[in-house]
Design a protein around this ligand. Structure first.
Ligand SMILES: NC(=O)c1ccc[n+]([C@@H]2O[C@H](COP(=O)([O-])OP(=O)(O)OC[C@H]3O[C@@H](n4cnc5c(N)ncnc54)[C@H](OP(=O)(O)O)[C@@H]3O)[C@@H](O)[C@H]2O)c1
Length: 343
């Protein structure tokens, strides 16, 4: 296949590019050229900023692709102009959405047809993804552009660019620091390994059943927050010291010290359960995730150690990057909470 991966140079996009390339597909990537990870030989690299409609149009002019995977997939305002460029010269467009589009639910697992979140106070990313999905279905219905949507849950694995996810837990445990889990630690989260997500994108692009459909991308199992930290401790051979903080007390500490309870402390669902199902992708696309959380996390931890990320911090191949933050700065949010708790 002749493929284009928009945003194909970092975490999810990079793993998709490596998979497509290993299977003999012709791969072009388009990004701004700020992330400078080494790409497999033979990948064509195009440079344009997705915020700049004219530059994207110029760069993609007269180019044809069997499949376009949109991993960057952020700006709804620019999506329409991108789709106008792609109509007529693209066999299949696949959009990387997110499970953030689903409305909060008390019924689990959340399904692809479960209600979407249209509430006014939802995060900007969720708003953009919901609006983008609406636009995409319009293009599918009215402009005959074959479209599919993938909604990944929390993505983890080697090359993760989000420093406050798996790498943060490894680092806390490696340094014998306490791990704060707000609430009871009994809420479930349901991640997907980055390589399973890459195979889901590939399976979607090689099956016409996926036209006009959305698929949740989640792994084979889910975990409670406490269960996850204990499992990571087992993998690392250390005994985690977990600190639970009652939710309303935690919220008021976060307000007092000016940090985000959702993002700065414990990077997985702790307020509500978040579990999904991958039955639809299995049924329509014969796709099956390979990595249990334990297998995938063991692989990620080995990558983290082998690359000495315990010394340097999370990966960053960018050209002129600031040095990794000092220990004090990196864990300052955790330290503020522990100080307020008097621990
Ligand atoms: N990570 C998760 O847990 C998760 C969960 C659900 C959904 N998602 C979705 O996954 C996608 C992000 O994937 P990722 O984690 O691989 O992101 P990432 O590591 O931040 O990589 C983003 C890619 O987009 C390129 N890019 C960024 N800004 C650009 C711009 N203005 N114009 C052109 N290219 C640009 C980057 O290259 P340059 O910097 O060189 O431009 C890079 O190739 C998003 O759509 C996100 O909503 C992620």
């Amino acid at each position: 296949m002749e493929t284009l991966v928009l945003g194909g140079t970092n975490f999810i996009g990079l793993h998709l590019v490596q998979l497509l390339h290993s299977q003999g597909n012709k791969v072009t990537v388009l990004n701004r050229g700020k992330s400078l990870r080494s790409m497999p030989e033979g990948i064509i690299q195009l440079t344009a900023d997705r915020e700049d409609h004219a530059a994207v149009a110029r760069t993609l002019k007269d180019k044809q692709f069997d499949v376009v995977y949109d991993i960057y997939a952020k700006p709804h305002s620019n999506l329409k102009s991108l789709l106008e460029i792609l109509v007529g010269n693209t066999g299949h467009y696949i959009f990387c959405s997110s499970v953030v589009v689903y409305a909060p639910s008390q019924i689990f697992p959340v399904l692809e047809q479960s209600p979407k979140n249209f509430s006014a106070d939802m995060p900007v990313l969720a708003k953009l993804k919901v609006a983008s999905e609406e636009l995409l279905m319009k293009f599918f219905d009215e402009r005959s552009l074959p479209i599919s949507i993938i909604r990944p849950s929390v993505v983890y694995g080697p090359d993760n660019t989000q420093p406050k996810r798996d790498c943060k837990i490894f680092e806390l445990l490696d340094r014998g620091r306490k791990v704060i889990i707000p609430g009871s630690g009994q809420q479930l989260f349901h991640p997907i390994h980055v390589d399973d997500l890459a195979t889901l994108f590939l399976a979607t692009s090689t099956n016409k059943n996926s036209y006009g459909e959305a698929y949740t991308g989640c792994g084979p199992d889910s975990s409670t927050g406490t269960g996850y930290v204990k499992m990571v401790g087992e993998i690392m051979g250390v005994k985690p010291e977990i600190v639970h903080v009652e939710t309303s007390k935690f919220d008021s500490i976060c307000r007092e010290v000016g940090i985000s309870g959702e993002h700065d402390i414990f990077p997985y669902a702790w307020r509500v359960n978040r579990t999904y199902t991958n039955e639809k992708a299995k049924r329509d696309l014969s796709w099956f995730p390979q990595y249990s959380i334990k297998e995938g996390t063991t692989m990620t931890y080995n990558w983290w150690r082998q690359n000495n990320l315990n010394q340097t911090g999370p990966p960053n191949d960018r050209a002129a990057v600031p040095p990794p933050p000092s220990e004090e700065l990196k864990f300052s949010a955790d330290d503020k909470v522990l100080e307020r708790l008097g621990i």
